[in-house]
Design a protein around this ligand. Structure first.
Ligand code: EPU
Length: 420
């Protein structure tokens, strides 16, 4: 077990590169189930979640090597059509093997994901969509068992533009006979990246990047290579690290156009932002202004940056409100931030934050990936020493974040601990 020890107070300065996007990679890897052959994924982030997906696919029969940010997959037919509980309980994105396995083999068995650290995360839309395509779905002893003689194109209308349901449905529909229409599809950049990869493999998908996807079923697909898009949430977290320490940072190898909502809010909070094709530069002034945020689906402000924004607002010059409209209960970081001296109360799905003059270091505990990131950010500015426990949550989705923060001048160390 590891923890971070952070000595707060350094204004971050300098330049750091963004890694590949976790949530794109977690959809690209299961797409390899759809066709035999060899695949290379460049710019793959070295993350616990990437390793978990690799183990799951290896367990299903693929051969995978991961080194130097390249994942090489060899798929010569699956031997196992199942995602067992021990994989799914570690990572909900394991549900992504459902669509492609059903599509190609007309059978898939996937452990039903439970709730997650901050509350329920249903998968009804995934299941309703594959049923519309003609699959028979049963839940038996905690497993989803999906079967079909043939899958047939259908019209699917999501009442919520779910990222996961859009990705799973696209992968389930690529071999379905006829045309599948997905209405109110998610348009997050990761969904677009996965759709573009399916097209590289020979899938016929139009409307990519819009809320209306049209998929013409094909008889065969082939392997392909891809470069993982930059992680907009890591980029956003690093920018907020610069902001909370009132530093001046340049984040490179990113896609500024994927960060519009955050960059607008940072500008409103008094930071000066400059963007180029693949970089964002943030410069601080002497005050952090309070700015309200409501999370929305893309291109709105991402729920995956909600916790980090709350950290920034804890030391703003006044009061602000942060509302999460995607996950109403995603506030496990709030009591931990209050341990560092923040003044936050949660009412319904809104955090009401009264800016304080300073945070003070303490021991705090990570509860989930983005909550942990918010605690690290708070630790960077808290007076004295902050210890962040259970950082395995962070390692799921940030590649060696302490090295990136150190490069910017933070005093942060990863140390082994028995504390849990
Ligand atoms: N929803 C349903 N039914 C469903 C699916 C979703 O009601 O069948 C609801 C959810 O409860 C939520 C909303 O729809 O209120 C959106 O959920 P979505 O399905 O879009 O989320 P997801 O696919 O489970 C992905 C990311 C999350 C990110 C969300 C929202 C991956 C692997 N995960 O999850 O990432 O928070 O989209 O943008 O892509 C993270 O990286 O920390 C993370 C949690």
């Amino acid at each position: 077990m590891f923890k971070f020890i952070i000595h707060g107070g350094q204004k971050l300065k300098g330049e750091v590169e963004v890694s590949g996007a976790k949530n794109a990679l977690l959809g690209l890897l299961p797409a390899t189930i759809l066709a035999d052959g060899e695949y290379s994924f460049y710019n793959s982030p070295e993350l616990l979640d990437a390793r978990s997906m690799i183990k799951l696919l290896e367990n299903m029969g693929e051969e995978i090597e991961f080194s130097n940010h390249t994942i090489k997959v060899k798929n010569y037919g699956l031997k196992v059509f199942e995602a067992p509980y021990e994989f799914v309980k570690k990572m909900r994105a394991s549900i992504y093997v459902l669509g492609p396995t059903l599509s190609r083999y007309k059978y898939a068995k996937v452990s039903m994901p439970g709730g997650c650290a901050w509350g329920p995360r249903p998968i009804n839309l995934h299941l309703e969509a594959i049923q519309k395509l003609g699959a028979n779905v049963e839940i038996d002893q905690g497993y989803i068992i999906a079967k079909a003689d043939t899958l047939k194109g259908a019209k699917i209308v999501f009442n919520i533009p779910s990222v996961g349901a859009t990705v799973n449905t696209m992968m389930a529909a690529v071999y379905a006979k006829g045309t599948t229409l997905i209405s109110n599809a998610a348009i997050e950049p990761e969904v677009t990246a996965i759709a573009n990869f399916l097209v590289k493999m020979g899938a016929k998908i139009s409307g990519i990047g819009t809320k209306f996807l049209e998929i013409q079923g094909v008889d065969s697909l082939h392997s392909a290579d891809d470069t993982v898009i930059p992680d907009r949430i890591e980029a956003g977290t690093l920018l907020i690290a610069g902001a909370i320490t009132q530093g001046n940072v340049r984040i490179t190898r990113c896609r500024p156009d994927h960060l519009d909502a955050l960059l607008t809010k940072l500008t409103d909070a008094g930071f000066s932002i400059e963007t180029g094709e693949d970089f964002v530069e943030l410069n601080s002034s002497d005050k952090i202004l309070p700015v309200n945020v409501e999370t929305e689906v893309y291109p709105g402000f991402p729920t995956d940056l909600q916790a980090q924004w709350i950290s920034l607002m804890t030391i703003a010059d006044g009061a602000s409100e942060v509302t999460d409209n995607i996950y109403f209960d995603r506030f496990n970081h709030v009591p931990e931030l209050n341990r560092l001296g923040a003044n936050i109360i949660v009412k319904g799905n809104t955090a009401i934050i009264k800016g304080v003059e300073k945070l003070k270091g303490a021991k705090v505990m990570s509860t989930d990936l983005r909550a942990s990131a918010s605690l690290v950010l708070a630790g960077l500015v808290a007076e004295g020493t902050t210890e962040v426990l259970r950082i395995y949550h962070l390692d799921r989705g940030y590649e060696k974040i302490e090295l990136k923060l150190k490069k910017l001048g933070a005093e942060i160390e990863r140390v082994q601990t028995d504390e849990f």
